[in-house]
Design a protein around this ligand. Sequence first.
Ligand code: GUN
Ligand code: ZN
Length: 448
Amino acid sequence: MTEILIRGRVLTFVDEPQHVDDTSALRYFEDGAVLVRNGKVAGFGHYSDVSKSMSGDGTSVDHRPNLIVPGFIDTHLHFPQTQAIASYGAQLLEWLNTYIFVEEQKFAEPEHASLIARRFMDELLSNGTTTAVAYCSVHPESVDAYFAAAQERGMLMIGGKVMMDRNAPEKLRDTPQQGYDETKRLIDKWHGRGRAHYAISPRFAITSTPEQMEVSRTLVLEHPECYVQTHLSENRDEIAFATSLYPQAKDYTDIYAQYGLLGRRTLLGHCIYLSEREVSVLAETGAVGVFCPTSNLFLGSGLFDRDRFDRAGARYSVATDVGAGTSFSMLETMDEAYKVLHLQGQRLSPLNSFYMMTLGNARALGLDDRIGSLHVGADADLVVLDSCAKPSMELRMQIASSLVEELFVMQTMGDDRCVAEVYVAGKARKHPVRRPQQQKRPEPLLRV
Ligand code: GUN
Ligand code: ZN
């Protein structure tokens, strides 16, 4: 048995906060502790109580005055786009063709896939993200690299090979049969192995023929235990193109509905320009709209209307969408989420931000029995946050007078520097940071 007592200020949510200082939705312990036994939470609460349950030979670590919260969860990003982040000047379709479909071809090479998968996981961890849902490339090797890197670090990760059989370069296309066979093999190999979960991943309606959408339907019927991830209604040109390819569909959402792809395990990236009818279809089916604020601003896509989702009773989650998203940090993501909502007269309270990054996203994934909150029996995925990590934050914190204010400072000013430590199934994973072997910049440094 391995046992570790992690001491610090402890914060976890038990429900969605209903207003800016709805402390009934959270549990907070000023001198708190989390007891971890064999990778699971065995107790949490006041240090003086929890420490009594420790057996004699456990270890303890003291993170005071830092704040311990459940590990962050990112519900949508693209692991093959790790190096294509910050690609200049284009909107969605041009950006995909100019940068992304070039970058993703490199993942035919298993060594490249493996190198980037390891860097990707380390980047998530150094930002405090312990679970994420990612698209891999069309190559099955990229999925192997992704889950192998997650397994090395003990992380609960969700992902799958994108299926694309049109409107993409030949080297990135599969066929309906190949998409089916490869997805099937990858599900058999990875789903349920350790902490891995598979996501059936037709990229979006533009890059899949009706035959491939039919195959996706079959995969979902054969594997209802798997997630489904795709993109919906991100950009006006995309919507026009997608609906022109499926003229029999009522609208973009109806394309996925017609192929049986909407359900409680379906994650739909973006969902910006939905009609009332489409939002109500999401509410009826339980499919999750994924709000990706840094991406939506970076690609000039538009503003996610959260209040409309709430009014309709539709489910949503929040995500980075790297590499259209500009940061791996969920803190930076919530900073942009706040601004996107503010522009529409909507409020995102700090409690709500921290709820969304943890329990809210866990609920969206149906994994709240295991991750996203501290409860006895939960997987011990934790992040330790330092709200004074930067001089400007330290100065700002000198006049902060409440936990809510501290959370808002972290959400607004924070990034990976605030992550003092991260625990995955009870193991510290932020340090030692794996340093890349060659730190040299590529030559020539500047080409003008
Ligand atoms: N739609 C289809 N593929 C992608 C992608 O890789 N990124 C984003 N932001 N939107 C997409
Ligand atoms: Zn995406």
